[in-house]
Write a protein that binds this ligand. Sequence first.
Ligand SMILES: Cc1cc2nc3c(=O)[nH]c(=O)nc-3n(C[C@H](O)[C@H](O)[C@H](O)COP(=O)(O)O)c2cc1C
Length: 97
Amino acid sequence: MSEMIRRTYRGVLMVAGGFDGGSAERWLEDGNADLIAFGRLFIANPDLPERLRLHAPLNSPDPSTFYGGGERGYTDYPSLAQERGEAPRSVIDGRWR
Ligand SMILES: Cc1cc2nc3c(=O)[nH]c(=O)nc-3n(C[C@H](O)[C@H](O)[C@H](O)COP(=O)(O)O)c2cc1C
């Protein structure tokens, strides 16, 4: 279906669904999409861009915490920095301003 959309739609195409870092890169390199969105992997990895850049291991999402409840499963997945024992820090710093 994405091939058909690519042929007929001239705008920016963002796709999502089951991507990991490798498959996202392949889709972009092959020109099948302009942007890849991540859902579950971003929920489980607050520093997903850094992890993908470093080819670091990813936390696995826990579906039992999706769609409601409290903060568990939304704010308590560790970042790489936390796994290294460092204090949590903002991912928005001077590089992005
Ligand atoms: C807990 C949860 C909440 C979601 N909420 C939304 C939403 O509010 N709006 C939306 O368009 N997609 C929502 N999605 C779908 C994601 O944006 C994404 O399309 C889907 O998870 C497939 O991508 P993935 O394989 O990277 O997870 C949600 C997915 C999950 C797991």
